[in-house]
Write a protein that binds this ligand. Structure first.
Ligand code: AMP
Length: 286
């Protein structure tokens, strides 16, 4: 496995691979890798000759400095895992090479910035889009893999690719979960034992909302079902629980046809913020 921290060395490796006609897949991550990340790497390895996994805790996407400082980092273990998976290349740059000076470019995703994660983490998607654009330029992937766990991020990245005509196919990968339903996340490592014990209730709440929708409850009453359930757990502080249209993330209306929906949640357990989502297909509902 080739490991690069210098973008120039990475680029000359990529140029070599391209000359040999190799198809390149990119898996952008912030490290502290788990099974969710390996699914992305495995997906990429299935349909590309070369998979490049980037590991970079991108400071510009953190609106909370404490979250950035405390973000788990475990490069050696990550490299071992990627090597075992058979990943061909890893890019783990430093802040200095990614941002030699303070960036001034600010991409604006319009309405997408004002709802769900965009609303609660101001500037987050500007930072994500900036770093992903840099990675696309450096790696020039044919395909790039993103988890459905960060559903809104996936939508934002698709818009980024469309608006800037990046010649990259974006592939979404389903959420990997613990046996009790908790969505895998690097942040789970920071949960205390009693927080971990109730963390799967987020997924249970999503399932309750989905079941309520399938039983033809109104959107409001389906959300109340989920919130009432979570209210039993004093360690869980819900930031939002919302039903939105799956691809435009708008508020759905009762008259809508068969558009898929997404139920999205963000909640704090102590100072750890977790997100999750569940898709619902309207033909099951109306
Ligand atoms: P992160 O390292 O948290 O920035 O995640 C890197 C990529 O892995 C993102 O595209 C995430 O959506 C994806 N990812 C993280 N957790 C999961 C999961 N449990 N299932 C599927 N994909 C995930």
């Amino acid at each position: 496995m080739q490991i690069f921290s210098d973008p120039e060395l990475l680029q000359s490796y990529i140029t070599d691979q391209r000359i040999q006609g190799k198809i390149i897949g990119l898996v952008p991550t912030m490290g502290a890798l788990h099974e969710g990340h390996s699914r992305l790497v495995i997906e990429s390895m299935k349909s590309n000759d070369i998979t490049v996994c980037s590991i970079y805790v991108n400071p510009t996407q953190f609106n909370d400095q404490q979250d950035l400082v405390k973000y788990p980092r475990n490069l050696n273990k990550d490299l071992e895992m990627l090597k075992e998976l058979g990943c061909q290349a890893v890019f783990c740059p430093t802040d200095k090479v990614m941002y030699p000076t303070e960036p001034v470019l600010k991409m604006d995703f319009g309405q997408l910035e004002h709802l769900l994660e965009g609303h609660h983490r101001p500037g987050h998607f500007k930072g994500v889009a900036l770093v992903v654009s840099k990675l696309f330029h450096l790696v020039q992937p044919d395909k790039a893999y993103f988890g459905e766990k960060d559903w809104q991020q996936l939508i934002v990245i698709k818009k980024l690719v469309e608006d800037l005509s990046f010649p990259v196919e974006i592939v979404g990968v389903p959420i990997a979960r613990e046996p009790d339903g908790l969505a895998l996340s690097s942040r789970n490592l920071r949960l205390r034992q009693q927080e971990r014990a109730v963390a799967n209730q987020l997924f249970i709440a999503l399932q309750l909302v989905k079941a309520a929708l399938e039983e033809k409850s109104s959107f409001e009453s389906a959300i109340s079902t989920g919130l009432d359930h979570l209210a039993q757990f004093s360690l869980i502080r819900v930031e939002y629980l919302e039903i939105v249209t799956a691809f435009t993330l708008e508020k759905p209306s009762a008259e809508m046809g068969s558009e898929p929906l997404s139920i999205c949640i963000a909640a704090f357990l102590g100072d750890i913020r977790l997100i999750d989502n569940l898709q619902v297909f309207m033909n099951n509902v109306i």
